[in-house]
Design a binder for this molecule. Structure first.
Ligand SMILES: CNC(=O)NC(=N)Nc1ccccc1
Length: 305
């Protein structure tokens, strides 16, 4: 099973290559594209915390100087990591997109962050990570959901079919209440590869509730959602805060509390259980146990016990 981690919004975070050298991490979600186009032709905006050099493409909110990221993605690829570009995050204000805007947004992301395409560059698409291609796109939509995300994902998958020799992914990070207001339509109708549910910040369905013996933790119901979705083979991950301060108070579980949770669900749903998602990389890095293991390393140990 995999450990997926968000990177880009950590306090005083180290550069990406530091995390790509951590063997416990399998998937790294780069967050965020946090400003979404409102009209066809609008460029999105990005934010990667303390990374990049603060310069933007002219008349845009899209960062142009993310040298640490474009230098480090090759390290990540050499270490066998899957790098996804994450859209949304808690600060985004996506707004509900029309089908046309959604398809434009998908095309922009593909031509700008996907495989290098000389004709797209000639058409004026930027290359914020230069010649590096991400391995797919993650939807961390925390407000203003709607049908647009289904259109984006379908469009991205059309682009993916033009590169049959390369595996590209689509993932989503819904909140744990079902239906998730932002992503349920897209999950139902479009092909996701990974769904990492935020089993934190909403008490009833949280992992904390499981630890407290409540029956309202709803991983099992999310399995049903996936099995009724456009991709019944999508993998379901348990999303957890990587440190005390990485989520609202009370949601963090220490490794002794995570053991029984993982043990039960990895055994009950071996085909659908995909692993653990952590919010986020720097909180994990700063959250060492008595043995000096980061939280991600503690989680990897539990998965491979
Ligand atoms: C996958 N996205 C997130 O996990 N976002 C997230 N955790 N946002 C947040 C919400 C409340 C407190 C801290 C972080």
């Amino acid at each position: 099973s995999n450990v997926a981690v968000y990177y880009g919004q950590g306090a005083n975070q180290l550069r990406l290559s530091h995390f790509c050298q951590e063997t416990s991490l399998d998937i790294i979600n780069l967050g965020f594209i946090n400003v979404f186009p409102e009209e066809v032709g609008d460029w999105p905006g990005s934010n990667f915390g303390n990374q990049c050099d603060g310069t933007y493409y002219a008349d845009s909110l899209l960062l142009a100087g993310c040298h640490q990221i474009w230098e480090d993605i090759p390290v990540c690829k050499a270490m066998g990591k899957t790098i996804l570009l994450s859209l949304g995050g808690s600060s985004a204000d996506p707004g509900v997109m029309s089908h046309e805007v959604a398809e434009w947004f998908a095309d922009f992301l593909w031509y700008s962050f996907g495989p290098y395409n000389a004709s797209a560059v000639e058409q004026g698409f930027p290359r914020p990570f230069q010649n590096n291609s991400v391995d797919g796109f993650d939807f961390d939509i925390e407000s203003d959901g709607g049908h647009g995300y289904g259109s984006m994902i379908d469009r991205l998958r059309d682009h993916y079919t033009n590169y049959p020799e390369h595996q590209f992914y689509i993932s989503g990070a819904p909140q744990c209440p079902i239906p998730d207001l932002q992503l349920s339509y897209a999950i139902q109708n479009s092909h996701f590869d990974f769904i990492w549910v935020q089993f934190y910040n909403t008490f009833a369905c949280s992992a904390r509730a499981f630890v407290e013996g409540l029956t309202t933790f709803n991983f099992a119901s999310w399995v049903d959602v996936i099995q009724a979705s456009a991709n019944p083979d999508a993998k379901l991950y348990i999303g957890l805060p990587a440190g005390e301060a990485a989520a609202n108070a009370g949601y963090y579980l220490d490794e002794t509390e995570v053991w029984p949770l993982i043990s039960e669900y990895i055994q009950s749903y071996p085909d659908t259980f995909g692993g653990i998602m952590l919010w986020e990389a720097t909180a994990s890095e700063n959250n060492l146990d008595a043995r000096g293991l980061t939280y991600a390393e503690q989680m990897k140990e539990i998965l491979y016990h």
